[in-house]
Design a protein around this ligand. Structure first.
Ligand code: NAD
Length: 518
């Protein structure tokens, strides 16, 4: 299948991609299998050295890389730099110091009833990880999971979105950086290609995208019992209490609603503001929004704060939600109308929004900020949790005790206090959602462990001792075990009794062992 790739700002046709042929996919996975053996043979320090090459390359070639990202996504140059390139380098910087510690075998507690044994956990590579990505952050969605999977010792097969395939760019970065050959392979194509890749039975699937596709991918993976991480959509609430600094908070809310033209899974999509400051906060948000410079389709080089929508179908969804909201009584304070003949929709602020509107129920994924009034803490927690999604949220207040209390009550995977989507800015924090936002966590320690076969090991000496819990099950053993349980599991433990029973039980295995014929 041929897919045309367009510049969403200028509508210029950039190039065409040909979906990968199914016959070739087996070869991709064979190549990955071979590469994986070499990756697994590298020490973790050596894997770290490989990924640092990517960071060095990105820093040196940031300008041309950002230009490429801008031309296919329609985001602003600063967003390409700060949200994508910086994010990847920051993540690499974190794991540069942490990977060895996170992946080294961990000693764990061994109960006294297993006296003489030692327990540890080892983190083995899984094999080949398939990563399927959406179009909103084409660089970060590729490199963050791919690098984590690689550090954990896996080979990666990466399928970018057909909307922003960035054809050749990933290869240019990997080859230009001198990154290990074949460790990360790129396969282009649409969802059929994604589905065909799953049939190659990767050892793990890391999927980022819509809830709809997530369900299909999980069903396909279930046929082969392939483990999946699903990073899906969101409908993030921001909760703003009456004691906030209005100007600072309004600036934060505006940024978090409109950055990447609202096409972030953790954009603010519902903003709940306390009734005492509702009018003032709305006025300040609208005033700041009106000052934002929106991209201009006739001036690609002009400085801008807010980009255009990347996908035409997503723009249509945003327009439909706005129509539904206004038909049901929502008031538009600014924005609201697409620039004719373009995919530019200026940042839009809405009030008079109610829970029956699509704009409050469905993921919007566009530069729209609906503001809703609330009166009490209890009420706002209920409204925030009243969603099929559970990705992230934010709580804004000077009262940090209250913010912590509300945070504890929120049914989401991530919360930022007096900020929004900032948990994603810290590579030490695991990221992921609950409910229709998916499951699985990446980044932090879990970000490496999720790409590992977590192997539990217990080790004891190979001496002549026959364990008392082995065959045969005799009456003396059956009588002694309850005594041991009582001494050991009741608190305070009865140490002396436990030791005496242990001394009796330990030799029992040998005493009563099954006698073999000579
Ligand atoms: P999408 O689900 O349509 O596509 C994502 C990727 O999956 C694409 O590469 C596509 O080709 C592939 N795909 C789709 N159906 C498939 C199938 N049945 N089998 C195999 N592959 C398939 O999503 P999108 O429109 O590209 O991205 C937008 C969505 O991504 C939004 O819902 C957004 O919230 C979500 N997202 C989530 C996160 C997160 O971390 N939670 C981050 C970014 C985006």
């Amino acid at each position: 299948m041929k897919i045309n790739v367009v510049n969403p700002l200028t509508k210029e046709e950039l190039y065409t991609i040909e979906s990968a042929k199914e016959e070739g996919l087996q070869k991709v996975f064979d190549t990955a299998k071979n590469a994986q053996q070499k990756i697994a043979a590298l020490s973790i320090q050596d894997r770290v050295k490989e990924v640092v090459k990517i960071s060095d390359y990105l820093i040196e070639h940031y300008k041309s890389i950002c230009e490429r990202v801008v031309s296919e996504t329609g985001k602003t140059a600063f967003e390409a730099l700060s949200n994508e390139l910086f994010g990847i380098c920051d993540m690499i910087d974190y794991y540069r110091d942490q990977a060895v510690k996170i992946l080294k075998p961990q000693k764990v507690h061994t109960s006294l009833v297993l006296m003489g044994k030692k327990s540890r956990i080892e983190f083995d590579p899984m094999g080949t990880v398939l990563i399927i990505a959406p179009w909103n952050y084409p660089l970060i969605q590729c490199f963050v999971p791919s690098i984590l999977a690689f550090l954990a010792g896996n080979a990666v097969v990466y399928k970018p979105s057909e909307i922003t395939p960035m054809k050749g760019l990933y290869e240019e970065i990997l080859d230009g950086a001198g990154f290990m050959k074949d460790a990360i392979q790129i396969v282009y194509g649409g969802k059929e290609t994604g589905a065909a890749l799953i049939e190659q039975k990767p050892d793990k699937i890391h999927f980022t995208g819509s809830t709809r596709a997530g369900k299909q991918i999980m069903a396909a993976a279930a046929n082969h019992l392939i483990p999946v991480d699903l990073e899906l959509g969101g409908k993030d609430p921001a909760i703003v209490f009456e004691d906030v600094d209005i100007e600072k908070t309004a600036n934060g809310l505006v940024w978090a609603a409109f950055t990447n033209a609202g096409q972030s899974c953790t954009s603010i999509e519902r903003c709940y503001v306390h009734e005492n400051i509702f009018d003032k906060m709305t006025k300040t948000i609208v005033a700041i929004t009106n000052k934002l410079r929106v991209v201009n389709h006739e001036c690609e080089d002009c400085e801008a704060d807010v980009g255009c929508m990347t996908a035409d179908f997503q723009l249509k969804k945003v327009e439909d939600q706005l129509k539904d909201a206004t038909a049901k009584g929502a008031k538009i304070h600014c924005g609201g109308t697409t620039v004719a003949g373009t995919q530019i929709i200026p940042p839009t602020v809405l009030t008079n929004v109610t829970g029956d509107m699509e704009i409050i129920k469905e993921e919007t994924f566009g530069p729209i900020l609906p503001i809703v009034k609330f009166s009490t803490e209890e009420e706002v927690i209920k409204m925030a949790n009243d969603s099929e999604y559970g990705l992230s949220a934010s709580v804004w207040s000077k009262d940090l005790k209250r913010a912590d209390r509300v945070t504890a009550a929120l049914k989401v995977g991530n919360v930022s206090i007096n900020n929004h989507m900032l948990t994603e800015g810290n590579p030490a924090l695991p990221f992921g959602g609950i409910k229709n936002s998916g499951f699985g966590r990446y980044k932090g320690d879990m970000g490496l462990h999720t790409f590992c076969n977590v192997k539990s090991i217990i080790s004891g000496p190979n001496n002549k001792v026959i364990e008392p819990h082995w065959y045969p099950f005799t009456k003396p053993k059956s009588d002694t075990f309850p005594e041991l349980m009582h001494a050991f599991f009741t608190r305070p433990r009865k140490w002396i009794k436990f030791a005496l029973i242990g001394l009796k039980l330990d030799p029992m295995g040998n005493k009563e062992k099954i006698k073999l014929e000579d």
